[in-house]
Structure formats: C-alpha cells, structure tokens
Design a binder for this molecule. Structure first.
Ligand SMILES: [Zn+2]
Length: 178
C-alpha cells in the first residue's frame, strides 16, 4: 500500500468515527478553540508585561468621562450595559497578555462585567465592533481605536530608549506621571 493510500485510509476512518459519534465533533471544536486561544496568548504574551498594572487616577477619570460614565460592555442580545455606578477602569487587551496600561487600551466596566471577564485575548473584529459603537457615545474628536500593546519592555522593566508607543502617541488626554 502506498503512503498516500495509507494516509487516505486513516483520514477516512477518523472522519467515519467523528461522523458516527456527533459529540466528538463538539469535543474536537472545543480542543481546537483551546489550542487557538493558547497560541494567541503566547503570541501576545511575547510583548512583555507593562510594568505598571493599575491605571492612574487621571487615566481612570479620562476613561469614565469619554464613556459617558456608563459601562462599555456590549452583548449582541441586550446591547450596551446600562450600569453607571461604581465603574472600574479595565484593560481591553488583558494586562497578563501584554496589554498596555494606557487609556488607548482601556475601557469603563461595571463591577459585574469586570469580574466576569476572563484574561482572553480579544479578536480584531471585536475591537473593530467596539470602535464602531464608541463613535456613537465618545465625545466628538476622541480616538475610538484600541491600541493593545505599548512599547516593548526589557526584562528590567525599563522602557527602551527611543521606542515610540502607538498607544502613547494616540493618547488624547494628559495623564499623571505616576
Ligand atoms: Zn456592565
């Protein structure tokens, strides 16, 4: 039997097994999703963590202000969350995955939606949707795009000299130096 025939036979038997047990398809899809998620976490984690994890007071004020002091969580079924109390400053692209602690990577979330958010790397189309929705509620002239990563950092946590951050270039509000 030629190698090509053997591969074909193996693929056919795998396909037959999957089709005869439908739950295997679900397991297979979950496994693929998990592998893709881990791969993206590794790729984005390569940017290194921002040495600063928490947003400054001024950054939080700016995030809440441009969001109209309302949670920015959006669900396809219910639309935008209506919560306006006890809002928190959150990283759109998670800090643990190399997300910058910067207004350009920030969003206002209510406690419930901040708690329920896993350290998942958002897809580009999710950010595009967010940017589109933000045009409707951000003050005119504000930058609505999300910039995931700041400048690459050395292992010492010191920002590289001469590195210009897209996030910082896009920053539209003055921020404390702390
Ligand atoms: Zn909410």
């Amino acid at each position: 039997m030629a190698a090509g025939d053997l591969v074909g036979a193996v693929l056919r038997s795998v396909l037959a097994a999957v089709l005869s047990t439908p739950w295997l398809i679900g397991v297979l899809l979950l496994a693929i999703a998990k592998v893709v998620g881990l791969g993206r976490a590794v790729v984005h984690g390569g940017h290194g963590r921002d040495p600063r994890r928490t947003f400054s007071r001024a950054e939080k004020v700016a995030l809440l202000e441009r969001a109209g002091h309302r949670c920015e969580h959006h669900s396809w079924l219910l639309g935008r969350c209506r919560e306006t109390e006890a809002l928190q400053a959150d990283h759109v692209h998670p800090h643990s995955r190399g997300g910058a602690t910067d207004v350009a990577n920030g969003q206002a979330l209510c406690r419930r939606h901040n708690r329920g958010k896993a350290a998942r790397v958002p897809w580009g189309w999710e950010l595009a949707g967010m940017q589109r929705r933000r045009r409707a509620y951000f003050p005119p002239g504000s930058v609505t795009a999300v910039v995931r990563h700041g400048p690459r950092v050395r292992s010492t946590g010191v920002r590289q000299i001469g590195a210009v951050s897209g996030a910082r270039a896009l920053r539209n509000v003055p921020v404390d130096a702390d």
